[in-house]
Design a protein around this ligand. Structure first.
Ligand code: ASP
Ligand code: MG
Length: 442
């Protein structure tokens, strides 16, 4: 069975939803995971923030404005009278409940419940659009099978059991539709898989049902060899290995939620990225196969903090790194990049929630310097560190101030740490040195 996931733009208008309907076609059973219509989750975050700040009238005004958008979409989307009535009743039900939350005390749970409405609305509407064409549809409520555990990892056993049960209960359906992003936590409260999490939903489901393939449909024709928001003339990559895609997603390529690759990687389920707006474009196929060698793609991740930790006891202080890492572990702060010298270690983090305490603890035995507003520029490609053309990238060192380099940590990643203010220039220069001046990328 195939699992399809369509992002916010793909379901962001009546025209696009009809397009999605064509893409999934009518032959064979499939699961379709949907995001909220584009702009909706952002609007819901804003509404929740207004409620939190007790800006009641403004919150009500924004809820009503969003309600109007959905009434109009429902009207344009579904012509069948009975199905239209069902959609409009559902829209009313969601927005009435949303208006009620304005007068309730705000909490994280209320926040997450507000955010869940986007996916609930898009999936309900899309299910009725398909029913209008006579398609046998079952709406699988994500909140009845998608759950994370106390470590925020998918609770795979629970997910598989419950998903299978729900699918068996509706076994005559051809198209199963479900909400991306939303799930329950270990206590049964509504939460989500973080922004952009619908991609992750799709691969978690793909793994649970051992799908033949998971397809993520967005508004771009796959992973590009550099960030198209900052660099001209980037091009789509037709093939990536799971490792390459995971590194790119983690280090900033915005096209995929960073954890998406993990669930399908261990089961060797192909993951395909496709463009809803250009369904004939090849897209990117991600499998365990390795295509080509050398630098294939460049991505950048912002909001990085660099920490330089210098041992006060100077040379040969064994056990120093152990003490350092234990502190980061205690505060559940993961380290992205690391370089060391005899007396100092520099590392980077992106979660600064516990930075003050971590710094205080490190200062018990080391001097600590902190640099904010840094970006990691990550170069990915199979056997990148051995490739004869790779040294070309170091031309960038003549022009940009590189704070740290991680080379050799894995065979297919080289990372550079630069000031965020130098990121644009770094990406553009690398594009020139690496892709335009010779290195052959696949
Ligand atoms: N709707 C959610 C978001 O905007 C999840 C997703 O689109 O993947 O973050
Ligand atoms: Mg997305």
């Amino acid at each position: 069975m195939l699992v399809y996931k369509f992002g916010g733009t793909s379901v962001g208008s009546v025209v696009n939803m009809n397009h999605v309907k064509e893409i999934i076609g009518t032959n064979g059973k499939k699961i379709v995971v949907l995001s909220a219509m584009s702009g909706t989750t952002n609007a819901l975050v804003e509404i929740s923030d207004l409620i939190k700040e007790n800006k009641t009238e403004l919150a009500q005004k924004q809820i009503k404005a969003l309600n109007e958008v959905y009434k109009k979409t429902a009207y344009d989307l579904v012509q069948d009278k009975v199905l239209y009535q069902e959609v409009i009743q559902y829209v009313n039900y969601i927005f009435t409940a949303l208006l009620e939350t304005v007068s309730q005390p705000h909490s994280d749970l209320i926040h997450n419940s507000i955010l869940a409405n986007g996916e609930l609305l898009s999936t309900f509407m899309f299910s009725r659009l398909l029913q209008q064409d006579g398609v046998k549809v079952a709406l699988l409520p994500a909140l009845e099978f998608m759950r994370i555990d106390r470590g925020n990892e998918p609770d795979n056993f629970y997910i598989k059991q419950n998903l299978e049960r729900l699918m068996q209960d509706t076994s005559d359906a051809d198209v199963y539709i479900t909400q991306g992003f939303i799930c329950l936590d270990a206590d049964g409260n509504i939460t989500n898989l973080q922004r952009g999490g619908s991609d992750y939903t799709a691969t978690i489901i793909g793994a649970a049902i051992e799908a033949d393939e998971v397809q993520i449909w967005t508004d771009i024709d796959g992973f590009h060899n550099n960030d198209p928001r900052f660099v001209n003339d980037t091009r789509a990559l037709s093939h990536l290995s799971y490792d390459e895609a995971a590194e790119l997603a983690y280090f900033g390529a915005k096209i995929l939620h960073p954890q998406t690759v993990m669930p399908v990687m261990t089961l060797d389920i192909p993951l395909r990225l496709k463009n809803t707006m250009d369904s004939n474009a090849h897209g990117t196929l991600i499998t365990n196969k390795v295509h080509g060698e050398g630098i294939k793609a460049i991505a950048a991740k912002d909001n990085i903090t660099a920490i330089k930790i210098k041992s006060v006891r100077m040379l040969l202080a064994h056990g120093f790194l152990k003490k350092v890492f234990e502190i980061f572990e205690r505060y559940q702060t993961s380290i992205d990049m690391i370089t060391t010298s005899e007396i100092a270690v520099s590392l980077t983090i992106d979660n600064i929630l516990h930075l003050t305490t971590i710094k205080e603890e490190l200062e018990q035995f080391a001097t600590v310097e902190i640099d904010e507003y840094m970006s990691i520029v990550c170069l990915v490609g199979n056997h990148i560190i051995y490739h004869p053309d790779t040294p070309q990238l170091f031309q960038v060192l003549q022009d940009v101030n590189v704070r740290m380099i991680a080379y050799g940590g894995s065979n297919n990643n080289i990372s550079l740490l630069v000031n965020t203010s130098d990121k644009l220039e770094t990406l553009q220069k690398l594009q020139r040195y690496v892709f335009e001046d010779g290195i052959v990328a696949i």
